[in-house]
Ligand binder design. Structure first.
Ligand code: GAL
Length: 959
């Protein structure tokens, strides 16, 4: 094959398919904040594309200006597939999860391999001569780099930093930088993360001046001794010149580097108390500023300890994603992300599944988050061949994999937020991983090491799994796990804390079961918490043929092989608006627990390290409210106090609020709450005063000849119809690791034909109202539900008493038991008393509380990137439809939307939902849980809706 290619093309292919580490780069080092000059090369570059190595011109372009008809403009940093004008015909974004979007034929790549030749020109002055570095933050999926026509070397490791020494290559005045970027390289086999494949120079490109005698690298060790409160600072410096350290706050002035400096009484760094000291390292020619945090990370008795106290990870898996720019995320946007995390009680981030932009950990250091920095490595797609040829075990890949880990650790090694390194994600197991682990443990013994893919866990400091069932997590918490065959490995593993590096899969409606995990984490010391999968939906903003904007997922760009909407499993939407999952997480993970029984409030400080002096506590009961004088609680302390008499005996909420502005939240922002819920008022009785007349009128209600409602208070309404089904959520469509019944929930429901119920009138009796008995059978099925709807009315109100009794051989469970009313007009707004403001299902919706709420019908919907059952409110005692009617009842659930369930099922994206002039109201007696079967365990037994009798008592009034 190669023989048929021209020499340059054959050489190019050889380079693309090389599994060697990058060539010509400087040894990896920390990303330092130096006073040496920096020149950003970000901006508009010239680019041209070739469809394959064979068709890539070898025309001396590396010294050209990038002019001519084949060349266009491209913004760097940027993925070319997201800049369609530059990237005409260069391939679209492509989403796959586990599977590679090319044949598994390592190290070969397909002939179709878009190659982007990038050129930029820049001027250098004396400050950058004779020594400078060229630094790339991230180039997918590898590149070759030339300066002024001279080849500097190669980039491999798309999310890893690469530096080239420009000594002897750079010149005063004009310079030409040429970068040839490949859609696929052999390195793509090591980069099979669950995300869009998006080639391009997507992170910053800079030239760094390197003064003679400057600071090449720094490694800070800032230990904290919890028994004395003292610290010890050692700053290892690599430099040709002598380096000294200054930190006035610590009383250090001009002290030598590379020595231990004991410092008395330091303020330690934790995610809750991110205190940093500004340390300046100087040589005669360069100064580097570090933000140092003192802390000690240890494993003691299988517990994850920081500064002598156990910590609990309330974490998120964060991919870098922006709906317009892909994996190019601005620091401003990332700061917003971290503020949202802090405001939702997130205290940890796993940088799934690659190192983030270099400044990310600065933000985490500043705002306070525990960070697990993960290496850029995943080879999951080898699973299709039983991991045969997996880079993790092939000796030929060893240097490249080690190089990846070196780059990961060296760049971020000075951040106090980084408590742990991760070898990568789902890369099988093998000697190369073992070598990476050995190197990491040796290089940085002060942090823990993580890798989930090898359950023997012999070289790691945390035992980790993903999506483990609650029952198995409990067993691990209690030390009852299945032991390893090797006693030595078993001894090691049984001494490790356990984390769920992924759980609570947030795809679509859900996730169910988060509270139960949190309870396990908070009960068993060995369980150190976990990281929800995942932080953000990777939906790419695009438009359809009619110019309607939407967020695209797998398949929307015509990819021949893809994993659909599986990439939309975030706790925030692509534009960073929060999803119900995040609001629920905020409640589940709250660091202060507030419970109220009778008139006694108990408040417990669940922070790992800090007291509650930054909080104030208030009670609210309807319009009344007041402060609670809560003593400052140390970590783990609790107090109980009596509510003031003024709070009354009804529903009362006690909230923990930020007392004074914090870097991540304003004074008055609520971080935790507890509620005592009063009994709902009794359903008003309707004394039957009207009888059904011969025109079908029963007080304010009207019925047709088949005893179906046609209007209420003059508002056209049809129904009610029994509903047992729902538009399947992502979780309903999957089988799950722990399931009830056979197959997915949707299969269980399809077999029962829950969405194909047909009524047959059994009897219609004119009592002092109307009693309608019906048999609801599913098409082709023997099973049925017998319903009795008894209607009464007076002049102002209509009462419906509903009873349902299942009959015959139903399947394992239903989706819901509800009544659907179709209002033949557009309802714009609703108000309700009950759970809100957000949605709730039996096993999620923890963020919802009792109150009086109002929302537009639009606001009631959750715009999941693929429409599905969503938007239910539960524990509702009163619902008002604006310009419609009011429903009062024993607590019920409701869903109001302009679409039928069939319309919801038919739409692949929110913008495909039709505009209707109807409003569908479903009143539920019960719903099935949601679970996380899309990835992980299904619905827990307590939330399974087995076929069962149900009842609803409802009263309809005009207002
Ligand atoms: C895990 C994987 C993640 C993601 C998740 C499902 O196996 O580590 O990257 O694919 O499953 O969304």
């Amino acid at each position: 094959m190669n023989a048929e290619l021209s020499r340059p093309a054959a050489d190019l292919l050889t380079e693309i398919e090389s599994i060697a580490p990058p060539e010509g780069t400087c040894p990896p080092r920390a990303w330092l904040h130096s006073d040496a000059p920096v020149l950003s090369l970000n901006g508009t570059w010239r680019v041209r594309f070739s469809p394959s190595a064979a068709e890539t011109p070898d025309d001396g372009w590396q010294t050209g200006t990038g002019s001519g008809k084949d060349w266009g403009d491209l913004t760097v940093p940027g993925h070319w597939a997201l800049q369609p004008r530059a990237g005409q015909g260069t391939g679209a974004p492509w989403y796959t999860n586990v599977q590679y979007p090319f044949p598994v034929d390592p190290p070969h790549v397909p002939d179709d391999n878009v190659i982007g030749d990038h050129v930029t020109r820049f001027k250098l002055d004396d400050r950058f001569l004779p020594h400078a570095r060229l630094r790339f933050g991230g180039v997918e999926a590898g590149a070759t780099v030339w300066l002024n026509g001279e080849r500097l070397g190669t980039i491999r490791g798309s999310r890893l930093t690469h530096e080239f020494d420009l000594t002897g290559f750079a010149r005063a005045g004009d310079n030409v930088l040429a970068v040839r970027v490949f859609q696929w390289t052999a390195a793509s086999y090591a980069e099979d993360q669950d995300m869009w494949w998006l080639p391009g120079i997507f992170r910053d490109v800079e030239v760094l001046a390197r003064p003679v005698g400057g600071i090449e690298d720094v490694f800070v060790h800032a230990d904290y001794d919890p028994s004395t409160g003292d610290g010890e600072l050692t700053v290892e410096v690599s430099s040709d010149g002598a380096a000294v350290i200054d930190c006035p706050e610590l009383g250090l002035s001009g002290v030598p580097a590379d020595q231990r400096h004991p410092v008395a009484e330091v303020r330690p760094w934790t995610a809750e108390t991110p205190h940093r000291y500004r340390v300046v390292v100087s040589t005669a020619t360069e100064q580097v500023t570090l933000q140092v945090g003192f802390r000690r990370i240890e494993v003691v008795d299988a517990q994850l300890m920081v500064n002598g106290r156990p910590i609990l990870l309330r974490g998120m898996n964060r991919h870098e994603f922006d709906p317009d720019h892909g994996r190019f995320v601005s620091p401003e946007r990332a700061r917003t992300e971290l503020l949202i995390m802090k405001q939702h009680n997130v205290n940890a981030v796993r940088t799934s599944h690659y190192p983030p932009a270099a400044w990310f950990c600065d933000l985490a250091d500043e705002l306070g988050l525990w960070v697990m920095v993960e290496n850029d490595l995943e080879t999951h797609g080898f699973v299709s061949g039983h991991f045969d040829g997996d880079p993790a075990k092939e000796p030929a890949w060893r240097d490249a994999l080690l190089d990846r880990m070196h780059r990961t650790v060296e760049r971020d090694k000075n951040h106090p937020s980084v408590f742990c390194w991760s070898l990568g994600n789902e890369a099988g197991d093998g000697d190369n991983l073992a070598a990476m682990a050995d190197w990491t443990n040796d290089r940085d013994p002060d942090r823990l090491l993580h890798y989930e893919g090898d359950q023997r866990s012999g070289k790691v400091g945390l035992w980790s799994q993903m999506y483990t069932s609650h029952a198995d997590v409990l067993a691990i918490g209690e030390g009852r796990e299945e032991p390893l065959a090797d006693p030595e490995l078993q001894r090691h593993r049984s001494g490790l804390p356990f984390v769920l590096c992924e759980y609570g899969h947030a795809l679509g409606t859900g996730p169910g079961g988060m509270s139960e995990y949190q309870e396990l984490f908070e009960t068993h010391p060995r369980l150190a918490g976990g990281f929800v999968w995942e932080w953000i939906d990777h939906g790419i903003r695009t438009t359809d043929d009619h110019g309607r904007e939407f967020f695209a997922y797998g398949g929307d760009f015509g990819e021949p092989l893809h994993d659909g909407a599986f990439v939309t499993d975030g706790c925030v939407f692509p534009d960073l608006t929060t999803k119900p999952a995040l609001r629920d997480f905020k409640k589940v993970a709250e660091p202060v627990r507030i419970s109220i029984a009778d008139n006694r409030v108990t408040i417990r400080n669940g922070y790992d390290h800090r007291d509650t002096s930054h909080l104030s506590f208030v009670w609210t009961a309807g319009r009344k409210h007041g402060e609670l004088d809560v003593p400052v609680l140390e970590s783990g302390e609790e107090t109980t106090m009596t509510l003031p008499r003024k709070a009354g005996s009804g529903t009362v909420t006690v909230s923990a609020l930020i007392a004074e502005d914090l870097p991540w939240g304003e004074a008055g922002y609520e971080i935790a709450w507890g509620q005592r819920v009063a009994e709902p008022p009794p359903v008003p009785t309707v004394r039957p005063r009207r009888r059904l007349d011969d025109r079908g009128r029963l007080g304010p209600a009207r019925f047709d000849g088949r005893h179906r409602l046609t209007s209420l208070f003059g508002v056209p309404v049809s129904g009610p119809e029994l509903v047992l089904g729902r538009a399947p959520t992502h979780n309903d469509l999957a089988r799950g690791t722990v399931r009830v019944g056979d197959g997915s929930a949707d299969q269980v429901w399809q077999r029962q034909r829950l969405d194909l119920l047909q009524p047959r009138l059994l009897s219609a009796t004119l009592t002092d109202g109307l009693e309608v008995r019906q048999r609801w059978g599913a098409l082709g099925q023997q099973a049925a539900v017998i319903t009795t709807m008894t209607w009464h009315a007076d002049d102002d109100a209509v009462a419906l008493s509903f009873r349902a009794e299942p009959e015959g051989p139903w399947g394992d469970y239903w989706a819901r038991i509800g009544l659907e009313f179709v209002v033949d007009k557009v309802i714009k707004k609703v108000t309700w008393t009950g759970g809100g403001p957000g949605q709730a299902y039996p096993d999620c919706g923890q963020g919802a509380r009792q109150g009086e709420w109002s929302a537009t019908v639009d606001e009631l919907q959750v715009p999941y990137l693929r429409p599905q059952e969503s938007g239910a409110r539960t524990k509702v005692s009163r619902l008002g439809l604006e310009r419609g009617f009011v429903v009062t009842g024993e607590p019920f659930g409701f869903t109001v939307r302009p679409w039928s369930q069939a319309e919801l099922v038919a739409a692949a994206h929110p913008h495909e939902l039709p505009t209707t002039d109807r409003t569908h109201l479903i009143i539920d007696a019960a719903q099935h849980g949601v679970g996380t079967a899309a990835c992980g365990p299904g619905v827990l037994p307590a939330y399974v809706l087995t076929p069962q009798p149900a009842a609803l008592e409802l009263v309809f009034t005009k207002r």
